[in-house]
Design a protein around this ligand. Structure first.
Ligand SMILES: [Zn+2]
Length: 407
């Protein structure tokens, strides 16, 4: 099978994950796909193949040199986003894209247009794999899986390229934030790894947010409104006062790049009690800590104004910036850089405004930056992937294996 044939086969599996299910993998379709991949890896002659009960599939391409070399892993996730159906994906290849609108679904008037998605124009003349406008595509992250498997096949077919031991790892449930949770880093046994799960060609990511959640509960005092003077405390008004004290422009809709924020995600209130939920995000650890301090400070301020016990705060750290874990091993970034250049790709370092499986794996002891897989417009019907981008990603994997052995 070619890279494209592999990709088209993989997207035919419905592997949409589900936040609600409470089991791993969160949906049975992911295990069906994992078993298919396991058989494929077996037929390709990979070794040390294991598929555990949680749907984590690992395999080895053994070294073809006696030189002592580090073991490097490549990781991609099998699930697709809960945001949009991944059932009956019916992809189509638009060859030699001419830069015009692409009608995905005529009857529902779903059009992939450069006027809305200008990044399409970076791919004129290339061959784009698009959806039929009714589902997502699943390039996130089946492009990553197809690239890794194809790179391993390429290395097997080219024994003149010397490389150390390569491990591949395919995990479930990344899209619901659980891809790394049951990932057995020890069994994977790598010195470091790369997730192949980024977007545009050249993307290289090793920084993400530090993240915390904050829940503030405001207690009020309800009294008949006709007799409430100087007696009633309306918890919704207190909550509103708290919200208004946070900086109004440090929100997701007003920030980008390395700017952090407080994001108000829900308010549930009555006169008697109001619960307010935030998420706090910042790339910089010191600024992240001071954002949490600011929340504590404002809660104290509310309690001074309205009485002790009016507001209570629950702060919980969610994940941290993987940069802390990558900095001591910056050579793994240098290798990725050099591999991209050797594959004719201009590296483009981007700070992730979110978290990744790689960040969690990095804190579990497996340094794990993220490399582009080539897909765009993830999680919806406008998702597409240029075949040429997948080929470049595959070449980057091959080059990394080659460069690690040259050191
Ligand atoms: Zn992904």
């Amino acid at each position: 099978m070619t890279l494209v044939e592999r990709f088209l086969k993989y997207v035919s599996f419905d592997t949409q994950s589900n936040e609600e299910s409470g089991v791993t993998p969160s949906t049975p379709g992911q295990m069906v796909f994992a078993k298919f991949l396991k058989e494929e890896l077996e037929s390709l002659g990979l070794e040390e193949i294991s598929l555990d009960e949680n749907g984590y599939l690992f395999a080895t391409l053994p070294a073809n040199t006696d030189k002592p070399l580090p073991t490097v892993g490549f990781i991609a996730h099998m699930d697709t986003s809960p945001d949009m159906s991944g059932k009956d994906v019916t992809p189509r290849i638009v060859e030699n894209y001419d830069g015009k609108d692409i009608v995905l679904c005529a009857e529902e008037n779903v059009v992939l247009s450069p006027s809305q998605f200008p990044e399409l124009l970076d791919h004129t003349g290339e061959d784009l794999i698009v959806t039929n406008g009714k589902t997502l595509l699943g390039a996130d992250d089946k492009a990553g899986i197809a690239e890794i498997v194809s790179a391993v096949v390429y290395l097997k077919e080219h024994p003149e390229i010397k490389h150390g031991k390569i491990r591949v790892g395919f995990n479930p449930d990344e899209e619901i934030g659980l891809g790394a949770h049951k990932f057995d880093v020890e069994r994977f046994g790598c010195d470091w790894a790369y997730t192949m799960d980024g977007g545009e060609v050249g993307e290289l990511e090793f920084e993400n947010f530090n993240a915390a959640s904050a829940k503030i509960t405001f207690k009020g005092r309800n009294v008949h409104p006709g007799y409430a003077k100087h007696k009633m405390i309306n918890s919704m008004r207190v909550a509103n006062r708290f919200i208004s004290m946070l900086p109004s422009h440090e929100t997701p809709e007003h920030t980008e790049g390395y700017e952090g924020f407080y994001h108000l995600i829900s308010i549930n209130g009555e006169v008697e009690q109001t619960a307010v939920s935030y998420i706090i995000r910042d790339h910089d650890r010191a600024r992240f800590e001071s954002r949490k301090k600011e929340m504590e400070h404002l809660v104290r301020k509310i309690n001074t104004e309205y009485g002790e016990g009016t507001a209570t705060l629950e702060l919980r750290d969610q994940y941290y910036n993987m940069r802390e874990q990558i900095e001591p091993v910056m050579h793994i970034i240098d290798t990725a850089f050099a591999a991209m250049k050797a594959a004719g790709v201009e590296p483009h370092v981007k700070a992730i405004r979110g978290g990744t499986d790689g960040a969690q794996l990095s804190f579990k002891g497996l340094p794990c930056p993220n490399i582009f897989a080539g897909g765009l417009n993830f999680h919806g019907r406008y998702e597409f992937v240029p075949i040429q981008s997948m080929e470049k990603a595959m070449n980057v994997i091959v080059k990394i294996a080659e460069l690690v052995a040259c050191k």
